[in-house]
Design a binder for this molecule. Structure first.
Ligand SMILES: NC(=O)c1ccc[n+]([C@@H]2O[C@H](COP(=O)([O-])OP(=O)(O)OC[C@H]3O[C@@H](n4cnc5c(N)ncnc54)[C@H](O)[C@@H]3O)[C@@H](O)[C@H]2O)c1
Length: 325
């Protein structure tokens, strides 16, 4: 792939920083826009980072012109599902209005390609798994709805402004770059693997939400996708768009589901420590099983996960977390 000039929003966050590192490794010129509301300055090389809010259309446009950006990878968003049920406007303003501001800057400066971070949450509680891209869209919370809205806005921008997009619907992003220095550091943390680590490190039991689901051991099934494999999907999607590919939506997952208890056992095996946990009631809005079919991504973009095995994902994540905490 030729070196490209790429704008990455939210590049100081978890998935963004891994993607930035991979882009830099492959020789691309990267401009990161992040307001550091959730991300970490130390996640990206200083020379790449521009502290800026998505809402600042003028500054975004100026930066894109100055850095001659050819395409955008758009990670910046708020991501906590539970908080979105309490504070919906926070999610619609940041995730939807923020994206509109970015799109205005793109139209103004003639940048015509965007890879957008969407989510499995757009499918809500699907009738079956594995989930394919043509399954019904029915978000169950404002976070998921904000992603559905941006996906739809992107369809209109394609029709009206010839702005092509790839929406990547991630399943459970997890793991860390095996080379070290980057990993998952959300605040508050809502994702299972880092929460299991925290239970080991603090001795405070993890709550498992429900053990009476129609799954092999009664706990929820999720598809864990290594963050470096996600990063690779973005780079392939970017090149696809730059080469003239039409707008598309792809799931990104391994196609393998793991229950919560299986994930706990895997962490125990990797860390060599028992995980304290208690079983609580089911949590509203949790689907019993969310497993991706990524056949479309594999076939159309030639993507395949390098780290599909849960134990490897946990090993990489633990290597980071056991140094950080
Ligand atoms: N983590 C997952 O499992 C997962 C799953 C599906 C989808 N996603 C999506 O992937 C993207 C990245 O997720 P993440 O886990 O890396 O989250 P993250 O919170 O680590 O990263 C998001 C980044 O965006 C920045 N940001 C937020 N609002 C901004 C604004 N208005 N202007 C500038 N910067 C802003 C934050 O400071 C942060 O650095 C999000 O869009 C999220 O919805 C994540």
């Amino acid at each position: 792939m030729n070196p490209r000039k790429i704008l990455v929003t939210g590049g100081a966050g978890y998935i963004g920083s891994h993607t930035v590192r991979q882009l830099l490794r492959e020789g691309h010129e990267v401009t990161v826009v992040d307001n550091l509301s959730k991300g970490h300055r130390h996640n990206v090389p200083e020379a790449c980072l521009f502290e800026m809010d998505l809402a600042d259309t003028e500054s975004l446009a100026r930066l894109m012109r100055k850095r001659r950006c050819e395409a955008v990878i758009h990670f910046a968003a708020f991501i906590a599902v539970g908080e979105s049920m309490r504070l919906p406007s926070k999610y619609f303003v940041n995730n939807v209005s923020g994206s509109l501001s970015l799109l205005s800057a793109m139209v103004e400066t003639g940048v015509r390609h965007i890879v957008f971070s969407s989510t499995a949450a757009v499918y809500g509680d699907p009738a079956s798994s594995p989930i394919r891209e043509n399954f019904p869209i029915q978000a169950l919370n404002p976070y998921g709805e904000s992603k559905v809205m941006v996906e739809r806005i992107l369809e209109w921008y394609d029709r009206i402004h010839n702005l092509t997009s790839v929406c990547l619907r991630y399943f459970n992003a997890s793991g860390a770059d095996p080379e070290g220095g980057l990993g998952e550091q959300h605040d508050p943390e809502t994702h299972l693997i880092p929460l299991i680590f925290r239970a080991i490190q603090t001795g405070q039991p993890l709550t498992v939400f429900g053990d009476d689901y129609p799954t092999p051991d009664g706990t929820c099934v999720r598809d864990y996708i290594h963050v470096n494999d996600l990063a690779q999907a973005h780079i392939l999607a970017l090149e696809y768009l730059i080469q003239g590919g039409a707008s598309e939506r792809f799931n990104v997952g391994t196609g393998i589901g793991h229950t919560v208890l299986e994930t706990i056992r895997t962490v125990e095996a990797v860390a060599g420590k028992k995980v304290p946990y208690v079983v609580g009631p089911r949590r509203d809005g949790d689907a019993p099983a969310l497993v991706a079919s990524s056949d479309k991504l594999r076939q159309k973009l030639g993507w395949s996960p390098k780290y599909a095995d849960l134990r490897t994902i946990v090993e990489h994540a633990w290597k980071f977390a056991s140094k950080e905490l």
